[in-house]
Design a protein around this ligand. Structure first.
Ligand SMILES: Nc1nc2c(c(=O)[nH]1)N[C@H]1C(S)=C(S)[C@@H](COP(=O)(O)OP(=O)(O)OC[C@H]3O[C@@H](n4cnc5c(N)ncnc54)[C@H](O)[C@@H]3O)O[C@H]1N2
Ligand code: MOO
Length: 480
């Protein structure tokens, strides 16, 4: 009887995987500089801070949040108080405010200081100001009144042939209270100087791109994306990548290759790679020689620097399960083969040490069952890719198990069950999860299409009941 006495736990396996990725990062994974518009979904290779000093604040300068006029709130208040005291005597109920000019977004701020005019005459002045326009310098104007709260008289004075810039007198009811500082966006209120705009190991989002653009930071350093070669094995397979065969064209005993298309697209769905980083190698027949030749020519001997090889099938105990021996013959060191997980326990991880041919290559030989491919890509390959890119380790999402009422498992293995999140208002968590009944077989695929996450049952658990909080992992990963 065969046994897997040397079977390791999932945590030990992931430690081996991430340790190798960290070694590759420190020795050979290149950093590239990209234009900002190409940086979406890439990972920051370095911390990026805004400039020190006023250049590094957002907004750069005090500016108006509204279309209106900027005024000195204290002067307005005292003019309103005088009117209030005299109310009813001459029917005057509005403060008159004389415009000194207009400032719109894009203008340099004019300078205005109190000694430039004579307040003693009761002359209240303002600048017309549009949204985003800088507040005039001189610390005099401190508040903005929206245009819809004002009355207005336009004065156009004819001086000889020329028409002077339009002048306006605005009126404000004495009852309208002006709060000092209202409708002014202060310099630095959004982002202070020297702020950490993007930290190393962050997946770059549209929000980060906007922040960097706001400081004119137009290039970003990111790790080069890993390149991946996929090889599916099995003489039963009919390729699904070239022609468009129909089911009736399958010879007896043959099936279509689903692992290749699944792996290709699931890797793409993480947003960590682009299609050009992933190659589905053409597998013509099912011999160890052909398999070795494929890896030798297309991966190790190729101009393209592949960082990861993923194979499926031929890794278990069957008569055709040649992958473990072939991987060793190719010069890889086997880190583990068989681990305490379900599905996917026959999985193998091997590495080509740096210095050997291309060096730093990781080999994931995944089992052939489509369900096992799903789980092992998600829980073995994915942590490797994330570490290579400098992303932090993911954490589970917790949800309340809604169905089934009871799940039993073997103690000592970690299980992943295909499941579906259910947004429910009936539990405090707000997020429920249903394990997909009758879709758990490792040879089954329907759960990969109808589910969106795995429910994870840890080694020590013997059973779980509905109503318990369980660990869940989205198929696509964090934020996807
Ligand atoms: N005696 C034992 N038998 C098996 C064991 C074991 O421990 N002892 N483990 C079982 C488990 S668990 C799995 S998983 C599979 C893994 O086997 P292999 O990795 O050797 O995979 P294959 O035998 O090549 O294929 C398994 C299954 O998957 C289908 N398949 C393979 N490739 C594809 C593909 N590209 N697209 C679609 N379907 C594919 C294949 O036809 C088989 O049905 O071994 C168990 N057996
Ligand atoms: O481990 Mo296999 O992958 O359960 O079917």
């Amino acid at each position: 009887m065969h046994s897997h006495d040397n079977m390791i736990s999932y945590n030990v396996a992931v430690d081996k995987i991430t340790a190798f990725a960290e070694e590759v990062v420190s020795t050979s994974l290149a950093i590239e500089e990209l234009p900002l518009l190409k940086a979406l979904d890439r990972v920051a290779a370095k911390d990026v801070r805004g400039p020190e000093g006023p250049e590094g604040t957002l907004p750069r300068w005090d500016n108006s949040a509204m279309d209106g006029i900027c005024v000195n709130a204290r002067h307005i208040a005292s003019a309103q108080a005088k009117l209030a005291a005299a109310a009813g005597e001459d029917g005057e109920s509005e403060v008159k405010i004389r415009s000194l000019g207009r400032v719109v977004a894009g203008d340099a701020p004019p300078t205005f200081t109190p000694n430039m005019w004579d307040y003693e005459d009761g002359d209240i002045v303002c600048y017309e100001i549009m949204t985003g326009a800088p507040v005039p310098k001189g610390n005099f104007f401190d508040s903005v009144i929206k245009i819809e709260d004002l009355g207005r008289t336009r004065l156009v004075r004819q001086i000889e042939e020329d028409v002077e810039p339009e002048q306006s007198i605005f009126t404000l009811p004495f009852t309208t209270h002006i709060l000092q500082g209202q409708h002014i966006r202060r310099a630095g209120e959004d982002i202070p100087a020297g702020y950490l705009l993007l930290s190393k190991g962050t997946l770059i989002t549209p929000g980060h791109i906007a922040l960097l653009a706001s400081f004119g930071i137009l290039r970003v350093s990111v790790p080069r994306r890993p390149r991946i070669a996929i090889i599916t094995t099995g003489k039963e397979l009919t390729s699904t990548t070239s022609a468009t065969p129909t089911t009736s064209s399958l010879a007896a005993g043959r099936i279509f290759d689903t692992n290749g298309p699944y792996l290709f697209s699931t890797l793409l769905s993480t947003h960590l790679l682009s299609a050009s980083d992933i190659t589905l190698l053409p597998s013509r027949n099912d011999s160890p020689e052909h398999f070795e030749e494929l890896v030798l020519t297309h991966v190790l001997g190729s101009e393209t620097k592949y960082d990861v090889v993923i194979s499926t099938g031929a890794v278990s105990m069957g008569v055709h399960d040649f992958v473990p021996a072939a991987v060793r013959r190719l010069g890889f060191d086997v880190g583990f083969h068989h681990l305490g997980i379900k599905p996917g326990h026959p999985a193998l991880f091997a590495t080509l040490p740096k210095g050997e041919r291309q060096g730093g290559v990781a080999f994931f030989a995944l089992p052939g069952n489509p369900g096992a491919v799903g789980a092992t890509e998600r829980f073995l390959v994915r942590p490797y890719l994330r570490t290579l890119l400098g992303l932090p380790r993911e954490g589970p999402t917790f949800a309340t198990l809604l169905q089934p009422s009871h799940i039993c498992k073997k103690v000592g293995t970690r299980n992943w069950l295909k499941a579906r999140f259910v947004r429910s208002t009936s539990n405090d968590e707000g997020l429920g999860v249903e394990v997909l009944d009758k879709m758990q077989g490792s040879g089954m695929m329907r759960g990969l299409a109808e589910g969106d996450c795995y429910v994870e049952l840890l080694e020590g658990a013997e059973s779980v009941q509905s109503g318990q909080r369980v660990r869940c992992w989205r198929f696509g990963g964090e934020g996807v």
